[in-house]
Design a protein around this ligand. Sequence first.
Ligand SMILES: C[S@@+](CC[C@H](N)C(=O)[O-])C[C@H]1O[C@@H](n2cnc3c(N)ncnc32)[C@H](O)[C@@H]1O
Length: 183
Amino acid sequence: MIKLLNIAKRFLNEADIPENGVLADFTMGNGKDTLYLSTLVPKGKVYAFDIQQESINNTKELLSSEGYSNAQLILDSHANLDSYIKEEIDGGMFNLGFRPGGDKNIHTMADSTLVAVEKAMGILKRGGVLVISVYPGHKEGKCEGELLEEFLKKYDKKQYSVIMYKIINSTDSPFILAVQKSL
Ligand SMILES: C[S@@+](CC[C@H](N)C(=O)[O-])C[C@H]1O[C@@H](n2cnc3c(N)ncnc32)[C@H](O)[C@@H]1O
């Protein structure tokens, strides 16, 4: 079976991110994606956001057990990313929805997700890649997916390529939106 997260990572793996690059995990959760991004830029920096203290705790523990200290863990909404990231980024990940093993009532919300995606696209370096994993199996996820698709469609194709990667014989399946800023 095709694994969505592996596909999301493939977009970043192929983006030629330098080892001293700057990446962002906009939905830290338990830190697996933050760890993955940290391995891509061992001499660079990862900004990681979440609104739950437990996500910070779990991610801190995971990164330290794997020997990584290049991530800044930020307890705030990704919608406020511009208060923390004052430089361009080589790439970023949004893994929408709720934290695996956590409170399912705490999940990403379309309004703040859209604000954050727009801001993240504004700080992408040329050639930089943003990957968004969407989970339309629940109400808010469906809404996020529809709004994101509409929103991303409007970008000028000369400036950004936007790809949708979707399983078409299963409407509720997660899908990926990947954005690359033109060189
Ligand atoms: C599907 S989980 C992310 C999984 C994570 N990347 C991992 O590797 O474990 C989504 C996360 O987004 C967080 N979240 C929800 N709203 C947010 C917001 N406005 N800003 C930042 N994170 C948010 C949730 O608390 C949850 O931990």
